[in-house]
Design a protein around this ligand. Structure first.
Ligand code: WTA
Length: 645
C-alpha cells in the first residue's frame, strides 16, 4: 500500500467535465435526491417513451425488487448507432486492429455500423430469432462480434457471450442454462499468431445440448471447417441475401439486454442478467465521466468482449457516447512486448484502459519495449479487474504515461454493470493502489462480519447500500439465488464479496475477495468450479482449491487433490490433472500448483477448513491458527511438508 498523493493537474482541473467542487456537488445531489438526479441523467439516452420515474427498488426480503425508469421505452442499438447518424454518421465508430500487425486495420463509420448491424439483425430474424430469445456468442475479437451484440439488441433478443477461451463443456453448460437456440461463432479465432478452433468447439458443445438449433458462422480466417447441413449457416452467405435496413424494436426499460455468466463462491456459474435502460445509462454515464470522453478522441479498452469490461467499455458505453472505440484482436505480448504501445502510436490512442495483470507482464519485459515508442497521444490511463500494486501503478504512470496521464483505477463487477468506485481525472487526487472514491449515485459502506456499519478510517467488507441503475436484475432462471447470494448476508444491502479498507481521507482500498472466488489475471474463477472439474476425473476422490499469490496473475490457483485408493501420485498424473481441468473449463482455470494430499483438514462435522489451506498455499505456515478442532490434526503436518512451489 502507498499513501503518496498525486494531485489533479491544473490543466485537468480546468478542462475536465467534472472538477473537485463539481464532484462534491454531483455526489451530494445523487444521494440527497436520487429521483431527480437520475431523471436528469436519463436525458443522455434517446427514448421512444421518456420515463417519469427513476428508481423503484427494495433490497428487503418481503418486498424485494429492482426497477429503473420502468415506464420508459427505448432501443439500445438505436441509442448506440441511429441517433448519431445525423450528427456524426461519417465518424469512425469501430476501429479494428488485427492480430497480425502487418495486416490493415478495418474502420467502420457510424453509418457503416448501422448497415452491418441491420444486416446481422435481419440474418438473425431469418433464422427465426425473436424478441426475448437467447442467442449465445462464442466469438473472436472481430468487428462482427460487436455487430452481433448490437443486432441482438436491435431486435430485442438477449445475448449471452461466452469467452472464446472456454472449453466446449463450459460452452455447452452456458448454452443449456439459458436455453439458447442459436449460437454465433467464427470458423476460427486468432490470438497472438495462434488459431483457436471456435467452430470445432461449438460442434463438440452441441453434442451436450438439446436446445441448440442453428449455428451462424462468421468466416474470420481461411481455415476450413465442417458445416452441418440444416444447422450451420455461413454468415456472409446469409447476409448477402438480406436488407440493410431493420427497424429497432421498442423495448421496455426493464427488458433484459444480456446474460453474462460469472463465477460465484458456490455451484455453477451464474447468469448475471442486465436490463436495457439502466444498464445502458450506467455504461454511458460512467464512460463519459470517468474517461472524460470527448467526441473525436480515439479510445481503447483492451479487454475481450467475453467479459463484462468488453460489453460495457468496448461496445455499449463508448458507442452510446458516439465514441471511436478501438477493438484489438491480439494479445499484449505478440509479436513482442511492444505491441500495445505500437497500437497506441498507430491509432493515436488518447485513452487506454487495461488490466493490472497485463501491465505486470509487460513491466517484467523491461522498459525498452515501451521507450522505443512515442505514446505522445495518450492523455488518460485506466485499470480494471483486480487491485493494482503500487509498483505496477508507478510504472504505468511514469514509464508508460511519462508522468503526464492520470490513472483511473476503476473498481466494479459483472454484477454492477459498470464502474462504481474510481477517480475522476479532473476531480480526484490519486493514491497508487486505491480506487479512491465512489461515483455519484454509488453509496458504499464498510461493515463488520455482523453487519455493523463502520465509520471513518476502517477495514471490513464492502456493501452498497442503495440501488443504482446499472445493477444486475436477477440470476437467469434463479431469482431466489440472486436474492440469497447478494442480499441476505447483510440484510437490506448488496454484498460485493470484496474486502475493503477506507483511509483517513475517505479513500477506498479494495483488498480482494473475501469469498471463495479467486481473481486470476483479472478473471473470476470459482474454487467450486475447479473442484467439480477435478473430482470428475476417475482417479480423484476429493479436491479443494484456493488462491495463492502470483507475481503476474495477481492470484494463482492452488489445488489440493486426494486420490482414490491405490492410485500412484506422480508427475505424469499431476500433468494429467492440470490438463484435465484445462480441457473441462479452459486454460484460465488450469491450476498453477497441484498438491497430492492424503487427507484434507476437516472439522469433526466434515467441513474443509479453507483458512488453513489458504495459509499453506501462501507459504505462511507459521500462523496456521488453531488446528485442534480438526478431525485429524496430523493431516496438516503432511500438507505443510509436501507443499508445492
Ligand atoms: C475485482 C470486472 C480491486 C474485485 C470488472 C471484484 C477489483 C471483481 C478492481 C469483479 C479494482 C475489479 N481494484 N479489485 N479496480 N476491479 N476488481 O466480475 O474483487 O470480472 O469483485 O468484473 O474483480 O470481477 P468481474
Amino acid at each position: 500500500m502507498s499513501d503518496s498523493l498525486y494531485p489533479v493537474s491544473e490543466a485537468w482541473a480546468r478542462t475536465a467535465r467534472v472538477d473537485a467542487a463539481g464532484y462534491e456537488k454531483l455526489y451530494g445531489r445523487s444521494i440527497a435526491d436520487p429521483g431527480s438526479f437520475w431523471l436528469e441523467q436519463a436525458k443522455r439516452l434517446q427514448w421512444m417513451k421518456r420515463p417519469e420515474v427513476a428508481g423503484d427498488w427494495s433490497f428487503e426480503e418481503d418486498d424485494f425488487h429492482i426497477r429503473w425508469f420502468a415506464d420508459g421505452k427505448l432501443n439500445v442499438a438505436a441509442n448506440c448507432i441511429d441517433r448519431h447518424l445525423a450528427s456524426r454518421g461519417g465518424d469512425i465508430a469501430i476501429l479494428w486492429e488485427p492480430d497480425e500487425p502487418s495486416e490493415e486495420p478495418r474502420r467502420y463509420t457510424y453509418r457503416q455500423l448501422h448497415e452491418e448491424v441491420c444486416r446481422f439483425a435481419n440474418v438473425l430474424k431469418g433464422e427465426g430469432v425473436q424478441k426475448g430469445d437467447r442467442v449465445t456468442l462464442y466469438m473472436p475479437m472481430i468487428p462482427e462480434a460487436a455487430f452481433a451484440l448490437l443486432a441482438c439488441a436491435r431486435i430485442g433478443a438477449i445475448h449471452s457471450v461466452v469467452f472464446g477461451g472456454f472449453s466446449p463443456e463450459a460452452l455447452a453448460g452456458r448454452i443449456t442454462d439459458c436455453d439458447s437456440t442459436v449460437v454465433i461463432t467464427a470458423n476460427e479465432g486468432r490470438r497472438g499468431g495462434k488459431r483457436v478452433p471456435l467452430k470445432a468447439n461449438v460442434d463438440a458443445a452441441a453434442g451436450h445440448t438439446r436446445c441448440l438449433q442453428k449455428v451462424i458462422v462468421v468466416q474470420a480466417t481461411g481455415g476450413a471447417v465442417d458445416m452441418k447441413p440444416g444447422r450451420d449457416v455461413w454468415y456472409h452467405e446469409a447476409a448477402a441475401k438480406v436488407s440493410a435496413e431493420c427497424p429497432a424494436e421498442p423495448m421496455g426499460a426493464e427488458d433484459p439486454l444480456f446474460i453474462l455468466y460469472t463465477s460465484g463462491s458456490t455451484g455453477k456459474p451464474k447468469g448475471v442478467l442486465h436490463s436495457s435502460a439502466g444498464y445502458l445509462l450506467w455504461a454511458s454515464y460512467t464512460h463519459e465521466l470517468v474517461f472524460d470522453y470527448r467526441p473525436g478522441q480515439v479510445y481503447w479498452c483492451a479487454a475481450d468482449i467475453g467479459w463484462v469490461t468488453g460489453h460495457s467499455y468496448i461496445v455499449y458505453g463508448p458507442l452510446a457516447n458516439g465514441a471511436t472505440t478501438l477493438m484489438f484482436e491480439g494479445v499484449p505480448n505478440w509479436p513482442d512486448a511492444s505491441r500495445i504501445w505500437q497500437v497506441v502510436d498507430r491509432h493515436q490512442v488518447e485513452i487506454l484502459y487495461t488490466a493490472p495483470t497485463a501491465l505486470r507482464a509487460l513491466m517484467k519485459e523491461g522498459d525498452a519495449y515501451v521507450a522505443k515508442t512515442s505514446r505522445k497521444s495518450l492523455r488518460l490511463l485506466g485499470t480494471v479487474g483486480e487491485p493494482i500494486n503500487p509498483e505496477a501503478w508507478r510504472w504505468y504512470h511514469e514509464v508508460v504515461g511519462e508522468g503526464r496521464c492520470p490513472i483511473v483505477d476503476t473498481w466494479w463487477q459483472t454484477e454492477t454493470g459498470g464502474q462504481m468506485i474510481t477517480p475522476l481525472p479532473g476531480a480526484t487526487a490519486l493514491k497508487p493502489g486505491s480506487a479512491t472514491l465512489p461515483l455519484p449515485g454509488v453509496d458504499p459502506q464498510i461493515v463488520d462480519t455482523e453487519g455493523n456499519v463502520l465509520h471513518g478510517a476502517t477495514e471490513g467488507n464492502l456493501v452498497i447500500a442503495k440501488s443504482w441503475p446499472g445493477q444486475m436484475r436477477t440470476v437467469w432462471g434463479d431469482h431466489d439465488r440472486f436474492f440469497q447470494t447478494y442480499f441476505t448476508i447483510y440484510k437490506g444491502k448488496y454484498f460485493t464479496g470484496d474486502g475493503c479498507r477506507r483511509d483517513e481521507d475517505g479513500y477506498y482500498w479494495i483488498t480482494g475477495r473475501v469469498d471463495d472466488v479467486i481473481n486470476v489475471s483479472g478473471h473470476r474463477m470459482g474454487t467450486a468450479e475447479v473442484e467439480s472439474a477435478l473430482v470428475l476425473h476417475p482417479k480423484v476422490a476429493e479436491a479443494a482449491v484456493v488462491g495463492m499469490p502470483h507475481d503476474i496473475k495477481g492470484q494463482g490457483i492452488y489445488a489440493y487433490v486426494t486420490l482414490n485408493a491405490h492410485v500412484v501420485a506422480d508427475e505424469a498424473l499431476r500433468k494429467e490433472l492440470r490438463d484435465w481441468v484445462r480441457a473441462e473449463i479452459g486454460p484460465i482455470a488450469t491450476p498453477d500448483a497441484l498438491q497430492f494430499a492424503p487427507g484434507l483438514p476437516k472439522t469433526r462435522s466434515g467441513k474443509i477448513m479453507r483458512r488453513i489451506l489458504r495459509k499453506i498455499a501462501e507459504g505462511d505456515v507459521s500462523s496456521l491458527g488453531d488446528t485442534s478442532t480438526l478431525a485429524d490434526p496430523a493431516v496438516v503436518d503432511d500438507l505443510v511438508a509436501n507443499r508445492v512451489g
